[in-house]
Ligand binder design. Sequence first.
Ligand code: BT5
Length: 255
Amino acid sequence: MPTTLHPTILHFDSIDSTNLEALRQARAGAAEGVCIIAREQTAGRGRLDRKWHSPRDAGLYLSIILRPRFPLTCWPLLTLMSAVAVVDALFKTAGISADIKWPNDIHVNEKKLCGILSETLETQAGPAVIVGIGVNLTCESVPPELASTATSLEHATEKRVSKDHLINELLRAIAERYEMLEADGGREHTIREWCANSSYALDRSVRVSLEGESFAGITRGVENDGALRIETADGTIRIVRAGEVTAVRASESNP
Ligand code: BT5
C-alpha cells in the first residue's frame, strides 16, 4: 500500500547545503517528508562534489527526506520522478514547458534551470534518500561564467515567480508523483511520464562521457531502473547508469 507523503518544512536563513542538513537530520532519525529549505547555501553541491551556485534569495534550495519501500535497485527512479515533479510545478507556477535532460537536469531553451542531487544513506531507521532540488529563480542565480549554459525563471519568463508558490506546487507534485511511483505499476508509469517530458528519451544524438571513456550514439529510452539506453553506430545498445550526456547534432555523433 503506498503511503501519503506529508512534507514538513524546516526553514534556514543560511546553511552549508540543504542536502547536507537533510543527511544530518535523516541520520538523527528524521521521518520521511522532512524538508529543508534555505535562503542561501554556502556550500551548495552538485554531483561528484561539484559546486551549485546558491546566492541569497536568488534560487530555491530544497532537500526532502524519503524512505521508499521499493527495492534499492529502483531508487534511481526517484531522480526521474523528482524531475517530472519539477516540470509539473514549473508549468503550474510559471506556465513554461521545461525539458528533462537525463538524469538530473531541467532545461528551458536548452539551458539549465534546475539541477537535482539524489543521495542515499543508511540510517538506524533503514535506508533513506535525500532528494535535493535547486531552481534558479532570479537572474542573480546565474554567475557570468555559466551564462552560456544556465538560465533562471526570471530570464526565461521575463517575470519574477513567487518562491512560496513554487515551493507549494513542487511539494504537492512530489507527493503525488511519489505516491504514484510506489503504487502498483508506478515504476512503468513514472518512466512513461519521464519519457513524455524529455527530449533526451528517444532518438536523440548524444555523446556520453564516462570516467576515462567517451562514445556517441542515439538514445533509445530508459531501462526499468532509470538507466539510459544508447544505440551506438554498430547497433549495440549500451546501458548508461552514470556519466554526462550531451546533445550533439547528428552529423557530429559518429564515434
Ligand atoms: C546538479 O549537479 O545539477 C545537482 C544540483 C543540485 C543542487 C541542489 S540545491 C539544493 C540541494 N542542496 C545541495 O547542496 N544541492 C542540492 P551536476 O549535474 O553535477 O551539475 C553541477 C554543474 O552545474 C556545475 O559544475 C556547474 O557547471 C553547473 N551549475 C552550478 N550552479 C548552477 C546554477 N545555479 N545553475 C545552473 N548551473 C549551475
